[in-house]
Design a protein around this ligand. Structure first.
Ligand SMILES: NC(=O)c1ccc[n+]([C@@H]2O[C@H](COP(=O)([O-])OP(=O)(O)OC[C@H]3O[C@@H](n4cnc5c(N)ncnc54)[C@H](OP(=O)(O)O)[C@@H]3O)[C@@H](O)[C@H]2O)c1
Length: 301
């Protein structure tokens, strides 16, 4: 399969790197990382230990390709720009696959690409770019994929390709619900850990933080249900606390972004939940407050 990875940072380098063992993969990313990969290959460490040699470029306009699949792995605030950059490489048969977190990526993609060409994915694989040329596979997980035109046949070859590369994957029966489920979990854990600069597991040491997380979960779940997602609140709370326990030693991506003094994905998670809640008449007081706190922290970082 001919695969292009748009935004090869942490997760894009992991997926693109593993897929390059058995496929023709081109990574598009920032110059220092791409240059190192060109010189020495991409080193994957941690849960996987391998050096791979995908093709690289810094700008999609530099390359001539007809990719079967384009993995979109930029942060959600870069989605619009990235889609415009790759537009000319999209042919009738190209599948654009978002591996991103956040609730607004598909809307942005669909404003440029037909839904027949779009696949959404939710993954619990985890990765971190350690230095140019080196990515750590920090957690092994699972990936679910769903075609936005509801044509499972279009996703099956991608699922098979992922599984052959060791990326455990299945076809989702309701990808929108899977996206909301992950966003609810992120809406509870990310801003709370980012505001206090703590590891996920610290939440379990404070009754006050646990109470806050439960209340955010209730709000976010109500918003998701106002969109027809039909989540059971007690199951959702269980899921949030299971993720906190499973990732107790990790700093959430929002903590890491603020530490690097870069933007967070707050607008695509809690911000999106706020806007949706307001449209649908659901109370979003806590999501609004958390969004504002993080926006202030982004400015005064
Ligand atoms: N990391 C994980 O474990 C993980 C797991 C599941 C889902 N996700 C989701 O996947 C998405 C990506 O996360 P990530 O952690 O991989 O982010 P990341 O490490 O920041 O990777 C994105 C990369 O894309 C680059 N980029 C952005 N626009 C570009 C452009 N136009 N051309 C070339 N390169 C461009 C970024 O460079 P700059 O930083 O210089 O802009 C960055 O190197 C997010 O939505 C995240 O929530 C991540």
């Amino acid at each position: 399969m001919n695969i292009l990875v748009m935004g090869a940072g942490s997760i894009g380098s992991l997926f693109g790197g593993l897929l390059s063992l058995d496929n023709d993969v081109t990574l598009i990313g920032r110059k220092p990382h791409m240059k190192k990969i060109e010189e020495k290959g991409l080193k994957i460490v941690g849960k996987t230990d391998v050096v791979v040699y995908p093709k690289v470029a810094c700008n999609p306009r530099e390359i001539k390709l007809e990719p079967d699949v384009i993995l979109l792995t930029v942060k959600s605030y870069d989605t619009e720009r990235a889609i415009c950059d790759i537009k000319d490489l999209i042919t009738e048969g190209t599948m654009i696959m978002s591996l991103q977190n956040g609730l607004d990526n598909l809307e942005k993609i669909l404003s440029h690409v037909k839904k027949e060409n779009v696949v959404a994915a939710v993954t619990t694989e985890a990765a971190m770019l350690l230095e140019p040329g080196v990515v750590e596979h920090t957690g092994k997980g699972k990936t679910v994929l769903g075609h936005l035109g509801d044509d499972a046949k279009k996703v099956k070859p991608i699922v098979d390709t992922f599984n052959r590369a060791g990326l455990r994957s299945t076809i989702s029966t309701n990808i929108q619900r899977d996206i909301w489920r992950k966003a609810i979990v992120n809406s509870c854990i990310n801003p709370v850990t980012a505001i206090f600069g703590i590891r996920n597991g610290k939440i379990l040491e404070s009754e006050t933080l646990q109470d806050l997380v439960e209340r955010v979960c209730k709000e976010s779940t109500s918003v998701a249900n106002s969109m027809g997602m039909n989540f059971d609140l007690s199951e959702m709370k269980e899921e949030v606390f299971r993720v906190i326990r499973d990732t107790a030693n990790n700093y959430s991506s929002m903590v890491q972004s603020l530490r690097r003094k870069s933007r967070t994905e707050i607008d695509s998670i809690n911000g999106y939940i706020c806007n949706t809640g307001k449209k649908n008449g659901v109370d979003v007081t806590l999501n609004e407050l958390l969004t504002k706190f993080i926006k202030i922290m982004e400015v005064y970082k």
